[in-house]
Design a protein around this ligand. Structure first.
Ligand SMILES: Nc1ncnc2c1ncn2[C@@H]1O[C@H](COP(=O)(O)OP(=O)(O)OP(=O)(O)O)[C@@H](O)[C@H]1O
Ligand SMILES: [Mg+2]
Length: 261
């Protein structure tokens, strides 16, 4: 996959130390009465712009709920969530949708691609919904599909694509708008190891250019390779650690070792 710097130049600049996401005492309860499930139980989380955070935890611990609530896709019961300084749950639906379209990308496992649309039409759709001119949206969609290695599949519809190719269209769709923040829920869960490696490689390239990534995974290797690993249990964060392997000193040592072997 080719690396392009155009992504960096077109994304709104954010400083590394600026919190892009700040969540306080967030609760989410599904259902009511005896059926109620407390999926988030007063959770706090801060993410700095440019961080890559992996979220791990047992099935049912609240990881998907966390992404849905923090991104404003789903409502919360109490607490506050600010993204880029905006309290997203205080916005009306239209404003929240626009904010999402302008600054966020979503890579969820259920591909949610529109089957009658081609790869390029699926990829440009969020851009058109965000009000981009159709010619710009088309050019941006094609460039991003090329970047995920699908330049030769622009006119294919999802049923004519392999699972890994569909997942890459989902990723192109998430990244085509040059978001500041990407939410990924088990983005490699359905993929063979080679395609999973490509998908992660692309996310890392984008992260190296300044993209903030929140990534849910069940894979300890992927979790361990992120900059920071958050573990959830029963609707709460039970640990939150920077990963040693990504400390600047360790990276520098690795770089020296790689250049001398
Ligand atoms: N729409 C819903 N209605 C009722 N309960 C829900 C709903 N969505 C999730 N839950 C419940 O909330 C809890 C957290 O679910 P969530 O999907 O966030 O877990 P998860 O950590 O993503 O699990 P997995 O690793 O299996 O994807 C679970 O107990 C789940 O049954
Ligand atoms: Mg989940």
């Amino acid at each position: 996959m080719a690396v392009s710097t155009s992504h960096e130049s077109r994304r709104a600049p954010t400083r590394a130390s600026e919190p892009i996401l700040s969540a306080r005492r967030v609760t989410k309860i599904y259902g009511t009465g005896p059926q109620a499930t407390e999926a988030l139980r007063g959770l706090d989380l801060d993410v700095a712009a440019g961080e890559m955070v992996a979220v791990m935890g047992p099935s049912g611990s609240g990881k998907t709920t966390l992404l849905n609530c923090l991104s404003g896709l789903d409502d919360i019961n109490s607490g506050t969530i600010r993204i880029d300084g905006h309290p997203i749950h205080d916005m009306d639906d239209a404003k929240r949708t626009r904010h999402r379209a302008e600054s966020m990308g979503f890579i969820f496992q259920a591909f949610n691609l529109i089957p009658v649309f081609t790869a390029v039409e699926n990829t440009e759709l969020p851009l058109l919904l965000a009000g981009r001119k159709s010619r710009d949206a088309r050019a941006q969609a094609i460039e991003t599909l090329e970047r995920v290695g699908l330049g030769h599949r622009l006119g294919h519809r999802p049923p004519e694509l392999s699972g890994g190719e569909q997942q890459r269209v989902t990723i192109a769709r998430a990244l085509a708008g040059r978001p500041k923040l990407v939410w990924a829920d088990e983005p490699t869960g359905n993929l063979d190891s080679e395609t999973a490696g490509q998908v992660l490689g692309l996310l890392r390239e984008m992260h190296a250019e300044g993209l903030t990534v929140l990534l849910v995974t069940h894979d300890e290797t992927i979790g361990g390779s992120a900059q920071r690993l958050v573990r959830m249990q029963d609707g709460l964060i039970v640990s939150d650690e920077p990963m040693k392997s990504t400390s600047p000193r360790r990276r520098a040592r690795r770089a020296v070792k790689a250049s001398t072997t």
